[in-house]
Every structure is written in structure tokens, then in C-alpha cells.
Design a protein around this ligand. Structure first.
Ligand code: 5GP
Ligand code: ZN
Length: 136
């Protein structure tokens, strides 16, 4: 299942060349061309799914397994001090390419990048109320 207009379908399936770290029948893992830090790579399925919620469970599990294995390889090879595994769903969450991908972003002490949010305050009672709203 590919989308003819999708850049990641083309990269993952080899129609557009990429700096590939790893490839199997299901995934291609390649270097991000707008890297947050040295070694920023993307785990991308060869089939088109817009986001995590469309991804088959088995593929989602395999993506995390790959992040564990290749993330450690990147960390060790580049002597990173830490690693963010990041995954955005929807434009409001910062997704710019509508084909599921998992970011592996090695972090270095004082690399100057910020991946995070501003914590807000909530009472324990309000947290319980929101949990109940979600559970329905
Ligand atoms: P998102 O914002 O959707 O979570 O992440 C999209 C990522 O894809 C960005 O980090 C961006 O730099 C990367 N990207 C966008 N277009 C290309 C491309 O053509 N090739 C590669 N290798 N990375 C891309
Ligand atoms: Zn696609």
C-alpha cells in the first residue's frame, strides 16, 4: 500500500535515494535531511500509514524493536550522551510528513536543542477527572 504523492513512500521504497542505515522487507531507516543533531535518523515503514493510529500493531511493535537496536548502535557509534525517540501524529503535534515515522535523535550534552513542553499545573483531583473523561 503506497501513496504516489508521498515522499516517504518514495524514499522507503528506494525510488528516491537516501543515506540508509538499515533496510528489511518492512522498513527503511535513513538519515534525516533536517537533522536536530548529528545522527538523527528516521524509522519508516515501506507501506503508507498516515500515523501511529493507522499502523498495524505488529509493525508498531517492530518499529520500537528497531529503535531499541539501532538507537543503541547510533548512540555507541557517535558517542551520544542520550537519545530522544520521538513520534508526531497530526499537524498540531508537529507532524510535517504524513507517513508514519519514528525519530531517533541522539543527544549530546550542551547540543542546544530543545525537545519538550512547558509543564502546567494541575490538581490531583483534576487529573482524576480527566482520566475519567478519557475512560468514558
Ligand atoms: P515530522 O515533523 O513529520 O515528525 O518529521 C519529518 C522529518 O522528516 C523532519 O525531521 C524532516 O527534516 C525530515 N524530512 C523531510 N523531508 C525529507 C526528505 O526528503 N528526506 C529526508 N531524509 N528527511 C526528510
Ligand atoms: Zn507514504
Amino acid at each position: 500500500m503506497k501513496d504516489a504523492n508521498c515522499i516517504f513512500c518514495k524514499i522507503a521504497n528506494g525510488e528516491i535515494p537516501s543515506a540508509t542505515l538499515y533496510e528489511d522487507d518492512v522498513f527503511r531507516v535513513f538519515m534525516d535531511l533536517g537533522p536536530a543533531t548529528k545522527g538523527h535518523a528516521l524509522i519508516v515503514p515501506k507501506d503508507h500509514y498516515n500515523d501511529l493510529f493507522e499502523l498495524p500493531e505488529e509493525t508498531a511493535a517492530s518499529a520500537i524493536k528497531l529503535a531499541k537496536k539501532l538507537g543503541a548502535q547510533i548512540r555507541d557509534a557517535l558517542h551520544a550522551d542520550g537519545m530522544n525517540i520521538v513520534q508526531n501524529n497530526g499537524a498540531a503535534a508537529g507532524q510535517t510528513v504524513a507517513h508514519f515515522h519514528l525519530h531517533m535523535i541522539p543527544r549530546y550534552a550542551d547540543d542546544g536543542q530543545k525537545i519538550g513542553w512547558q509543564p502546567r499545573e494541575i490538581t490531583p483531583e483534576k487529573a482524576v477527572e480527566i482520566a475519567a473523561e478519557i475512560k468514558g
